[in-house]
Design a protein around this ligand. Structure first.
Ligand SMILES: Cc1ncc(COP(=O)(O)O)c(C=O)c1O
Length: 406
């Protein structure tokens, strides 16, 4: 994203009202991304992969928009229920979990997705008459980084397609019905081609299964983090896969998608304050009051996030390493980046930080978590999570300690 999708003055106002570090999320942008997907894929059912950002304010918005939830853990599912989601609209899709957890999900009436053959075998024995979804790995993978490619023989996810017959025999034998199949090829693809290929491949598999009610195509729609990156054209994915999607619709099989990033990434910015400028023989560091504990994507994936100097945006650009306050050399938001001259005290906006940002934040170095502010469509900026305090973080770790009593 080359330009900032927020009003600069408004962000400065939010930084001075709520302090920093603060995540800001735009309601209008999230709602418009929901529309973009629904417009591109007519008649589909939309779920939100809440791992991208599990703030209850976002989950309630999704419920109000009729968007269901893709949850991967008991706590995610419980938060979804508490935010008004119907259990039948929660797609429970964990990996490598116990029979007990899957049974818990089934008893809660979630749509349960199985990614391991052994778990299907043990579940089927104890649940005659149950209806399940099966996660397949059909050898198509794509993503913005190798860590997030989930299809293919190097990936631990899903049941390889050549085991499908075995799955169907086992379930049939125990009177369990496979009503859905699922695949997620990976996260953050801005290339329509693998997404189309994924849809076509699983649609072909769907033709071989009697009594199927839905095919969940997964998520994976990428966003363009870099200024010169071509944005994903969802309509190109829809038209490329039109024949496969129409064939499913004509045979009465619903099409589901479960994107996370596409719905929320561009709707979020992280506001930080520059506490120090440090020059070495090699670099100029702008040291901020946040870090990899709040936004780990640059360190984890070498991910690009646009950085905008809100306080000095018309100044000449210089090259900076924009870094955090964590004791790691890998603690950076950007390396060797041209930004309008950064001075001590300047507020920076780190762009496209609505997905896999706050949901991956930690208390590493025992630093508090940022505040979160929703920029409502009415124009109001509303605090939706208070910044945690050093005392809270310290008390939490001290209270968890039971070493003296055991
Ligand atoms: C199974 C599954 N579904 C959906 C998603 C969401 O992916 P994205 O945020 O790229 O849409 C993920 C992300 O890892 C996933 O693992």
């Amino acid at each position: 994203m080359s330009t900032i999708p927020f009003d600069r003055a408004r962000l400065l106002e939010i930084a001075s009202t709520f302090g920093t570090p603060t995540y800001v999320y735009s309601e209008a942008l999230i709602r418009s991304r929901i529309r973009d997907i629904l417009d591109a894929f007519e008649g589909m059912r939309l779920l939100y992969a809440m791992k991208a950002n599990s703030h209850p304010w976002i989950l309630k918005m999704m419920a109000a928009e009729g968007v269901g939830i893709d949850a991967v853990s008991p706590a995610e599912a419980l938060v979804a229920l508490a935010c008004g989601h119907d259990p039948g609209h929660v797609f429970y899709s964990p990996n490598n979990v116990s029979d007990e957890e899957l049974d818990w999900a089934w008893r809660n009436n979630f749509v349960v997705n199985f990614g391991e053959l052994q778990r299907i075998e043990s579940f089927a024995k104890g649940h005659p008459g149950a209806e399940i979804c099966v996660r397949l790995n059909l050898n198509i993978g794509a993503g913005h980084h190798e860590h997030v490619v989930t299809g293919g023989t190097k990936s631990m996810f899903g049941i390889p397609g050549n085991y499908l017959e075995q799955v169907l025999n086992t379930t049939r034998q125990h009177g369990v019905r496979v009503v859905g199949i699922h695949q997620h090829i990976g996260s953050g693809s801005t290339d329509p081609q693998p997404l189309v290929e994924g849809i076509e491949t699983i649609a072909e598999v769907a033709r071989q299964i009697d009594g199927l009610r839905f095919v969940n195509m997964g998520g994976g729609f990428g966003v363009s983090y870099e200024p010169d990156q071509t944005p994903l054209d969802l309509k190109q994915v829809a038209s490329g896969a039109d024949a496969a999607l129409s064939a499913l619709a004509n045979s009465g099989v619903e099409v589901w998608f479960e994107p996370g990033r596409f719905l929320v990434a561009e709707a979020g910015v992280l506001l930080v304050r520059t506490n120090s400028i440090k020059q070495t023989a090699d670099r100029t560091f702008a040291g901020t009051d946040s870090g990899m504990n709040h936004l780990i994507r640059p360190s984890l994936y070498d991910a690009f996030h646009g950085i905008y100097n809100l306080s000095n945006d018309s100044a000449d650009e210089s090259v900076f390493d924009v870094v955090g306050n964590i004791c790691e050399t890998g603690d950076f938001f950007a390396r060797h980046r041209r930004v309008s001259e950064i001075r001590e005290g300047d507020y920076l906006a780190i762009l496209d930080a609505g997905a896999y940002a706050m949901s991956m934040a930690t208390h590493y170095n025992l630093r508090p978590l940022p505040a979160e502010v929703a920029l409502l469509s009415t124009g109001e900026a509303r605090l939706i999570s208070a910044r945690s305090t050093a005392e809270e973080v310290a008390n939490d770790i001290l209270q968890r300690d039971v070493s003296a009593t055991n």
